[in-house]
Write a protein that binds this ligand. Structure first.
Ligand SMILES: *Cc1c(COP(=O)(O)O)cnc(C)c1O
Length: 416
């Protein structure tokens, strides 16, 4: 035979068969665990992205995202891409070349916003706050007073790199006093802590499917107010939103209210999954989802503190779904990574490392979505109790679990 397909591109002797991922307990900064209902939805037979049945489901997804964000914004839909695409879409559409843009930076994702402003041709005016602290509203007010031509303010509601929450309502209010529009990163906050897009006056908001929504990764629910649409339509260089894929004027032909024409092939089966995860959120109820994240955080915190470990963030600004715990000073540099490796190898449990200036200084324990459960809290405290003595910490068997159990029992009494 003259030509035939061959596997000779593989290394000699290498056989590649089906991939069977091990079952993990996901307690890092995302992705979170996925409910069997959501996995089942994603494995349904695929269909066309203009099929009327599919289009009907798209409309339901839009309604369910409006519920999750507590908004009436027409322009509410999932972008095809991870949370970073939600971020980039907001900046490339709303920032025109030469625009001064204020970015509040108190962690990794504020830093990523700065890069987005630069790549959109804008001039970032960066307000820094310490990693682990919230964004300071007073600094925002001062910066807006000093820079009256600013039209856009970006900040991260829940900074996943540090576990700190910022006051999105107050920051939005200040930005509006000065006539600026707000871009709010809600990747980690959505469904985990209260987020009221309309009541707080947030103009542009984006999230990710794989954090507290516990869906498959790769989708970014966004919502844009009418003020954002007006801004995008009034762009001086409208035809030149530098990203073809993210240009809202074009995306709307597929996700808008009237037109349904081809823009790109929607990730059909991932959208089945998103629909199911949003249905599950609606069934649970947003307030109950927020309360569940709070409860399991309180129990986890009690256990962590019973072991003598400390949180990075002040209690007033702590995110329940993202717990940054300080690595004890007794750990030699690099040793903390061994604990993470041990948890993965012996307990099939993933936790997160610190990033940037916090690398080696904190562990990040996620309690997001389906991962936010009593079973996971107890497993994690048990695993830490077993492993920390190997690293020279004095931890008494049962103390952490008892402390967490007390929190659960007290909550159950309140309910009864
Ligand atoms: C995870 C995360 C992102 C990026 O989302 P991806 O889905 O990883 O692209 C952005 N902002 C925050 C606050 C995040 O936690």
């Amino acid at each position: 035979m003259a030509t035939h397909a061959s596997s000779q591109v593989f290394a000699p002797g290498k056989v590649i068969g089906s991939f069977h991922p091990p079952k993990r307990i996901l307690m890092g900064p995302g992705p979170s665990e996925i409910h069997p209902r959501v996995l089942a939805a994603s494995s349904a037979p695929s269909m066309g992205y203009l099929d009327p049945v599919f289009v009907g489901m798209m409309d339901e997804i839009k309604q369910l995202i409006r519920y999750a964000y507590q908004t009436k914004n027409q322009l509410t839909f999932p972008l095809s891409g991870p949370g970073s695409v939600g971020m980039e879409s907001s900046f490339v559409n709303m920032v025109e070349p030469g625009d001064p843009v204020i970015v509040m930076r108190n962690g990794v994702f504020g830093g990523r916003m700065v890069e987005n402003v630069q790549r959109s041709g804008g001039h970032p005016i960066v307000i820094d706050d310490p990693w682990g602290s919230p964004c300071d509203p007073n600094k925002l007010r001062e910066a807006l007073q000093a820079n009256p031509s600013v039209r856009t303010v970006g900040f991260v509601h829940a900074e996943t790199s540090t576990g700190a929450a910022s006051d999105a309502k107050t920051l939005s209010g200040i930005a509006h006093e000065f006539g600026a529009l707000v871009i709010c990163d809600a990747v980690t906050s959505l469904a985990g802590v209260p987020l009221l897009v309309d009541a707080w006056g947030i103009d542009a908001v984006y999230s990710g499917s794989q954090k507290c929504l516990s869906c498959v990764p790769g989708l970014s629910p966004v919502s844009y107010s009418d003020a954002v649409i007006d801004r995008v339509k009034a762009r001086k260089d409208r035809a030149q939103v530098q990203s073809w894929f993210m240009d809202l004027n074009l995306v709307l032909d597929y996700w808008g209210e009237t037109a349904r024409t081809y823009h790109h092939t929607a990730p059909i089966n991932s959208l089945f999954a998103l629909h199911e995860s949003l249905v599950m959120l609606h069934e649970e109820g947003l307030e109950h989802s927020w309360a569940r994240h709070r409860l399991h955080h309180e129990a986890f915190k009690a256990g962590i503190e019973a072991m003598g470990l400390e949180f990075l963030v002040h209690p007033d600004f702590r995110l329940p779904q993202m717990n940054a715990v300080k690595v004890p000073e007794t750990f030699a540099p690099g040793v903390e990574a061994q604990l993470r490796k041990r948890l993965l190898a012996d307990y099939s449990m993933e936790i997160g490392a610190g990033l940037g200036p916090l690398a080696g200084k904190i562990w990040r324990f996620g309690l997001m979505g389906q991962s936010c459960s009593r079973a996971n809290v107890m497993s994690c405290l048990g695993a830490l109790t077993c492993e920390l003595p190997e690293f020279g910490m004095h931890v008494k068997m049962g103390d952490a679990e008892q402390a967490a159990l007390n929190v659960y029992n007290k909550a159950a009494q309140h309910q009864a």
